[in-house]
Design a protein around this ligand. Structure first.
Ligand SMILES: *Cc1c(COP(=O)(O)O)cnc(C)c1O
Length: 369
């Protein structure tokens, strides 16, 4: 075993592979002197919409803003309720709170780590406006039951697709199944920019035009501002970088799935851990390869792995309903709490090699003793 440290994510192989294309894109933008909006943003929006098979794509400053602007474009405001998962990154609920609305947390299915669709209906009230599923780790939330609830109760569905670009549910691209999809291109995501970036997608022309207005200070025409919006354009350089990377995303998703298969076979017989699952309805894109380690042993295993030079991550150590900002809502959601205590995400990126994965597996075997 070599003593090189293994990171949880390595972007260098991708940067090496794309170096010339990235440089060409960078030079084109810088030479053009056009740094805000412009052709690269418009082209990236069109290319992303075509890839996903959706009518409208609106480039934004971040995934967080895609959630915020998407919810607002769907009419969410003060006093409304949005049903979502507590087992996600804070931004999911933060967007709801920032609009003066209230996140209503529903526990997760422990196998998929996504909303337990059996429990959603009981959480619907007169004030519910939107159901906000998160496709955590790249695995689809169960969309059909959510969509039928939404149509029965006249609600909208906004998908948090930050971790699942190119993932699928029943053959349909995630983010295009509900009314709005909110993508993040944070550098570590499956399609990552080299800075902050995000995208809202929808088939609804009114939502798209509201989002286009909100991202530029609430103005359809410059200096004729209609509402208080945001400064949330997709950066032109980031759009140019994303245009370089988009054509590779299918290949990278395939490589992530292959790497997940390698972990599955290396770890299958290991005692004391639970491997990630892939439901029949999902095409998992393994933003994370996340195992569970029970019986209160997870933190110790992570520490021992770190001592052996293997970096791992815990997404997420605190379910949102236990954060101070939401603790007063008084939720007890046992599956989310247990997941937060047990999950461990192993190193994964498209170009990870079977040798690196064998080292991770060997170290994990020792750490579990
Ligand atoms: C990354 C992430 C976000 C936020 O995206 P940013 O681009 O960092 O603002 C939102 N939700 C989930 C589930 C995420 O993983």
């Amino acid at each position: 075993m070599t003593s090189d440290k293994i990171p949880v994510l390595d972007l260098q192989p991708e940067i090496d592979m794309l170096w010339d294309e990235l440089n060409a894109a960078f030079q084109r933008v810088v030479r053009s002197g056009h740094f805000i909006m412009g052709a690269d943003v418009t082209h990236f929006e069109a290319e992303a919409a075509a890839y996903l098979g959706v009518r409208h794509a609106v480039g934004l400053n971040s995934g967080t803003d895609a959630l915020l602007i998407g919810l607002r474009a769907l009419g969410v405001g003060a006093g409304d309720e949005v049903i979502t998962s507590p087992f996600t990154f804070f931004a999911t609920a933060e967007a709801v709170t920032n609009l003066g609305a209230k996140p209503v947390f529903v526990d997760i299915n422990p196998q998929t780590f996504n909303l337990d669709v059996e429990q959603v209906e009981a959480a619907i009230t007169e004030r519910t406006k939107v159901i906000l599923p998160v496709h955590l780790y790249g695995h689809a939330a169960e969309m059909d039951p959510l969509l039928s609830l939404a149509s029965r109760y006249n609600l909208k569905v906004l998908e948090d697709v930050a971790q699942a670009f190119s993932g699928e549910y029943m053959g349909r691209k995630l983010g295009t199944i509900g009314h709005v999809g909110a993508f993040s291109f944070f550098p570590s995501k499956n399609l990552g920019a080299y800075g902050d970036a995000g995208l809202l997608v929808t088939d609804d022309a009114d939502v798209a035009s509201a989002a286009r207005m909100l991202r530029v200070h609430g103005a359809k025409k410059k200096y004729y501002n209609e509402v208080a919006g945001y400064s949330s354009r997709l950066d032109t350089l980031q759009a140019a970088i994303l245009r370089v990377k988009l054509p590779y995303v299918d290949r990278w998703s395939k490589e992530r799935r292959t790497a997940a298969g390698v972990y599955d076979s290396l770890l299958r017989d290991m005692h004391g851990i639970t491997l990630p699952c892939q439901m029949d309805y999902a095409r998992h894109v393994y933003h994370q390869y996340t195992i569970r380690i029970g019986e209160g042993r997870r933190d110790r295993v992570q520490k021992r792995l770190e001592e052996m030079g293997i970096s791992t991550m815990i997404y997420y150590p605190v379910p949102l309903h236990q954060l101070p900002i939401y603790a007063n809502l008084g939720y007890h959601l046992p599956e989310s709490e247990q997941a937060a205590a047990e999950v461990l995400s192993l190193p994964i990126w498209p170009q990870i090699t079977p040798e690196i994965q064998s080292r991770v597996a060997a170290a994990l075997r020792i750490a579990l003793i």
